[in-house]
Design a protein around this ligand. Sequence first.
Ligand code: DGJ
Length: 739
Amino acid sequence: MIGWHEASRSFKIDTPHSSYVIALADEPAYAGHAYFGKRISDEDVSQLLRIAEPPYVPSRNARDKLSFLDTFPMEYPTHGVGDFRGSALKIRTKEGHSASELFYLRHEIVSGKPEAEGLPATFGDNASTLKLILWDEVCSLEVELRYSVFEDCDAVLRSARITNRGTRELFLEKALSASFDMDNEEFELLTLHGSWARERHMQRRRIGSGFQGVSSGRGETSHQHQPFLGLLSRDCTQERGEAYGLHLIYSGNFLGSVYGGQFDNLRISIGIDPEDFCWRLAPGESFLTPEAVLVYSDHGLGGMSRSFHDLYRRHLIRSVWKDRTRPVLINNWEATYFDFDEKKLLAIAEQAAKCGIEMLVMDDGWFGNRFDDNRALGDWKVNEEKIRGGLKKLTDGIGALGMRFGIWFEPEMVSPDSDLYREHPDWAIAVPGRKAGLCRNQYVLDLTRSEVRDHVFGLLTDILDSADIAYVKWDMNRQLADLGSLGLDPECQGELSHRYVLAVYELQERLIKRYPELLLENCSGGGARFDPGMLYYSPQIWCSDDTDAVERLMIQEGTALLYPLSVIGAHVSDCPNHTVGRVTPFETRGYVALAGTFGYELDITKISEEDRALIPKQVEMYHRYHGLFADGDYYRLASYSENRLYDAFLCASKDQREAVLVYVQVMMRPNHHSRVLKLAGLDPKRRYRLYRFVAETAEEVPFGADRAFYGDTLMNAGITIGGLWGDFKALLLHVKEEE
Ligand code: DGJ
C-alpha cells in the first residue's frame, strides 16, 4: 500500500511487514529518506530527517547549504552541489559541467507497474507504484523515482527514469537504481564473493568509515561478486535480528556501495557501475535504470531469504516451467568433454533412460570444427563427423528412448578460428587499432549491432527448428574487455556495456517468445551470470562448474540466501570430483543436488554398478520431494561454511503440514555423541513424525523415536542425529504431520 500524506508531506510505502517513508523537506523541497524498517503505523516520522536540528537548512540559512547537503538523508543524491557522500546521479552537460540538484516537482500513485522498457523487472497484478518526480531547473532534467510494492511480498522495488526535457544533449555518467541514507546502528555488511568454481561464498564484516561494497566491471555479474548488499544488525542470526537486503535485477556491470559517513550515518546505493558507463541523452530522451529490490526482515537472514524467494517465484520468473516439474536430465559435459559422437550420446541416453532419467543434454562440442575449446564458436552448424546422420536423427533416437533432448549454445561468442570470424572480423568487440585480448581463446560478439544479433538468432533458430529440442543451455564463457563498437558514435562508446546487456536480453526475449515451451537454462562458465536479471528469461541458472558435494554446500548456501532452490542448477557428478578430486558417497551427492534443479553430469555407462543402481531411486526421490524444495519456505539449520563440520537446511510447505530436511556430516568427529538439530518452519501446535529416506530402496522408515512430536518440541528442543559413520555422510528426513 502506498499513501501520500499532505500534512506531513510524506509518502508511506507499506509491505505486509515493512514500511518505507519518504518525506519532503524545505522549499523548494528535497526528497528525504525518513525510514525503512519494520512496519509502523504513523506516516509522519519526518523528525528523522532532523531538519529542525541543524541551523543550516537552505531556506533559512543560505550561508551553509553545503553542510546541509552533506548531512541530509537524501533519497536520490546528485553530484556536484555539496553532498560529498557519493551520488546516485551524475550528469555532464555539453559545456562540461557536472552539477545537478533535484527538487520535488509532483507525484503520482498508480496501480500496477510501469513498463520496464527492455529490462527485466518484477511484474504482477497486485502491485502499486509511486512515481516521485524530481526536477533540476538548470539542466531541464527530470528524474522519476519509481517505488513499487506487491500486496503479497515484503519487498520495495526501486528504479529511476531520467529524462532530458531541455534542448541540449546531456550525458549520464552515473545513474544508480536506488540509494538511501540511514543511521549506522553498528550494522555489519554481508556480501557474496568468489571465483570460478567457488561462487557466492558469504562474507560478513563490520562497516567502517568511507566506501565499501561490491562491483563488477566484467560486463557480466561475475563469479567474483554478486549485485547484493546485506546490512545486518550485530545480533542478526539465521532467524533473529534485523537484515536489510538490496539486490539488483541486472546482468552486467554493477556497483553496490555503502558509505560510512562522519555523523555515524550510512549511504547505501546500488545500480549500474559508472566505471564503464556514459549515456548520451538527447533532448526528449529517457534512460531507465534497472530495478533494485529492497527487503527488510526482522527475522534474521532466513526472513530476508524467504522474502527474496517469494518475490522471485511469484513476480520475476515468467517461464511456463516456473511451477512445472523439470525433467531430470543428464548432461554429457563432465562425462565426455569434447570427446563424443552420436554413438556415445545414444549409449549414455540408453542407460539413462533405463534409470528413469528424462532428458539428455548435449553440451559443448557438437558444432563446426569444435574438437576443443580453441575454435568454432559462431559456427552453429552440426558437425556431422561427430553427429553422424545429423541432429534430427540423433534427437529421434533419443525420443525413441522416451527422453527429451537439450542442447548447449554460447551465442554471444566468436572464436578467431571460425568461419564467422574469418568472414566478419569486425563483429568482435574491440578498440580499433588495438589488438583485443583473448580469453578461453574467444572474443565477444558486438551484439549491440542489430545485424550481429539477427545473424546469431538466425543460426540458433535454424538449429532449434531442425529437430525436437526441449531445452537450451545458454552459456557465456568470458568477460568483456577492449570495449569498442563500430556501431556506436564516438560519444556513445560508453554505452556499450549496458547496450550489450540489453542486447542479450533482447535475444533471450526473442528466443522465449518464439519457443514458449522451451526450458532455458542460463550459464556463464558456471555461475558468473547468476543474477535476478537472467531469471526473467530462464527459470533456472547453472550454479557453478564445481559439482563437488562439499564445495556445493557453501556455494548453494550463498546462492539460496537470495534465490529459490527451484532455480539453482545442480547435478550429481562422478568421483573423484573433476574440480577438487574429492570422493563423496553417491547418496550424498544426490541429496545435495536435490536442493536445486537436479540432474546428472557423468558417464552413466562407466560408473560403478552400485552407484548406477541408486539412480532410479534418486529419480524417485526427486519426484517425491522436489515440490517441497521448489515451492516451500527455506530454513537454514546449520552452516558448514561457519562450523566446518556439518550442514543442514529444511524446506517446509507453505501450509506447514510437511517439510524435508537435508543433513550432511562433512567431517566425522571422534568420541562425539549425537548432535542436536533444531527444526524450523513448522506449526508449533501440530504433531509431526519423522521419516528417513533410504537411498537403496527409496522407502521411508521411521527416524529416531518412532512417535509424533509437537512442532514446538521439534523446533525448540530439537532432534538428535548421531551414528553416521565417516565423512561426507548425509541424511534426508521427511517431516510429516501426523494424520
Ligand atoms: C562452462 C559451463 O559452465 C560448463 O557446464 C560447460 O557447458 C562448459 N562451459 C562448456 O564449454
